[in-house]
Structure formats: C-alpha cells, structure tokens
Write a protein that binds this ligand. Structure first.
Ligand SMILES: [Mg+2]
Length: 315
C-alpha cells in the first residue's frame, strides 16, 4: 500500500473520523477454530486508544454474533455490527432486523450431510444465519464439497428471500437484504472528515461499495477487491491504524532500531527476506538478498551493506 503517509496526515488533520473495521482476518489472523480468536492484548490496547479519542468513532463490522462481540468488546467504547449487518449496536443500543427461524431447520439438515462427508468441517448457528465452516477440513476436499454444497443450496433457496454468502472458508445462508454495506449506512450519513474501512473477504466488498469517494478502503490480502488499497497482513493493518508508517511496520522493532542507529533508509531482514524502501516498494519473501541488493544499486536507492547478518541500505 502506497500513500500510508498521506493517510496518516489526513487522519491527524481530521476532527471527525469514522473507522469501520472487520474483525476476523483483518484485526486478528484467521485460526483453525473460529471460536478461539479472542482479541489479544495488543489489539485491545489499539482499540482502547482509538476509541478513547473523542474524534474517533470505531465500528467493528463483523460476521460474528451479538453475544460474542458484546463479550469481547464490553469494556471498549466501540460500535458493533454483528452477523454481517443483521444487528447493529450504536451508542450502546442494539437494533436488529427481524428474525424468522423456520427456514434454518431445512438448511441445517443439508449442512449436516456435508459435515458428515467433510471431516473437520462444522456448523455454526447464529441468530440470523447458519454457517458451514471448512477451514479445518482437507483443503482440496473442502473446496470440492463447498462447490457442491453451493449448488445444492442454490436450488434449495431459489424463490425464497434467503441468500448465500461465500466468505473465506465458510458458506453462510441468511435472509436477503442484510449485508455489511447496508449496516454501514447507519454511520455513513454522518459528516466525517476522515473515513477508513478495512476488511479481508467477500462480505467486506458490500462495505467498500457504499463508501464515499474520498474514503480509505483497505483490503487485507490480494484477491480482487473494490478497495483502493491493499495490505498483506493483519500485522500491517495494525501498524497503519496505530499510526506507524508502513516502513516501520514492515521493518519491525529491530529494523527501526537499526535504522535510527545507523541513519539508514531501509533494512532487509535476511531472516524474513523482506525489504521495503521509502517509496514502499515491497519485495516478496522469495526475493533473494542479491536481487534486492541489485535492485537498490540499479535504482540509485543507495549502497548496500551488511549489519549483524542484516542487509541494510545507507542514506
Ligand atoms: Mg473478515
């Protein structure tokens, strides 16, 4: 992602800011068991700081259910969107779309067949939807069964007001007309001078699609997206929303210390194989040290030297 500096500048110059943040895969990395991914200490600290600033409105826009989100964020002054928009909590008050449950039973029976046929997969029932998770299944089998299940569900829901949501290693069935974009409208009518939204999967595209032109929309990961910017990982996003420049995020603590000590502009961490320069050019983890060195010399970025097994770039 280029433009991190202008994002941070805009942020600092704004007095009314809206941050719409997806949870799984955006603020925390995905885990095999989605029930286990509670906010860690670092994240709680970040959210406390952001939401403690009077100028900020922080909204967690998640597919998780109300109860889980309430439990996890109970001590934080954040607004919540649960179940991809089926329920929203604004200034402490929950509002929901109505829930009619009788459709769930027939869908559940189909999903149960797929749980039996796909070891490692399981069903999660939420207040407004029912979900088949296959992250823990064998990837190839999971993919194949997911495609089959999608076909079965498509014919099953034809002519109803249900729809299918394909997320990252999940298939979810829910009532139509509920999505993160629609939920975000609750906040978007405000007079914001800075607006940032971040998400990692297809359900976040609905959110990106309703944002005004001057917003910062950030996709975590590299699959095609409506978002304007891409970051590679939860780690990078956390860095950006805590106001660190991308270079610092990528370099990590040791890299920053070296940078300060030696007055260098960039550092290649040999162990990680990651290099990024002032212009935020990022090399892939597979790029060899020699290739990066050559690039730097050819582009007059600087001279290259080695410190503590770390290839560094002198100003
Ligand atoms: Mg997500």
């Amino acid at each position: 992602m280029r433009d991190v500096d202008s994002l941070l500048k805009d942020y600092r110059n704004s007095s009314k800011r809206l941050l719409l943040l997806d949870y799984d895969g955006t603020l925390v990395p995905h885990a095999d068991d989605p029930r286990k991914v509670e906010p860690d200490e670092e994240l709680v600290g970040i959210l406390a700081e952001l939401s403690g600033d009077q100028r900020n409105t922080v909204v967690i826009v998640s597919g998780r259910d109300k109860r889980t989100l309430e439990k996890w964020f109970k001590n934080l002054n954040v607004d919540l969107v649960a179940e991809h928009g089926a329920a929203v909590r604004k200034s402490g008050e929950w509002k929901s779309v109505e829930s009619i449950d009788d459709w769930k039973e027939s869908i559940r029976q189909v999903l149960e067949l797929y749980v039996d046929r796909t070891p490692g997969s399981f069903i999660e029932e939420k207040e407004f939807s029912i979900v088949w998770h296959y992250r823990k299944a064998d990837p190839e089998l999971g993919q194949r069964r997911a495609a089959e299940l999608e076909n079965v569900l498509m014919s099953l829901i034809a002519g109803t007001d249900l729809n299918i949501l394909k997320g990252d290693k999940v298939i979810e069935v829910r009532r139509a007309g509920v999505d993160k974009g629609r939920a975000a409208l609750e906040w978007l009518s405000g007079d914001w001078s800075f607006l940032l939204a971040a998400g990692n999967d297809v359900t976040d595209e609905d959110l990106f699609s309703v944002l005004p032109e001057n917003s910062y929309s950030i996709k975590i990961g590299f699959s095609p997206s409506r978002a304007k910017y891409y970051l590679r990982s939860v780690h990078e996003l956390r860095g950006v929303i805590t106001g660190r420049r991308l270079l610092e995020v990528l370099l990590g603590r040791r890299g920053i210390a070296l940078r300060e000590k030696l007055g260098i502009r960039g550092v290649l961490r040999k162990s990680v194989g990651l290099f990024c320069d002032e212009a935020h050019n990022v090399f892939s983890e597979k790029t060899s040290v020699q290739a990066v060195a050559q690039f730097m010399v050819e582009n007059n970025i600087g001279s290259v030297f080695v410190v503590d097994e770390t290839l560094a770039l002198r100003e």
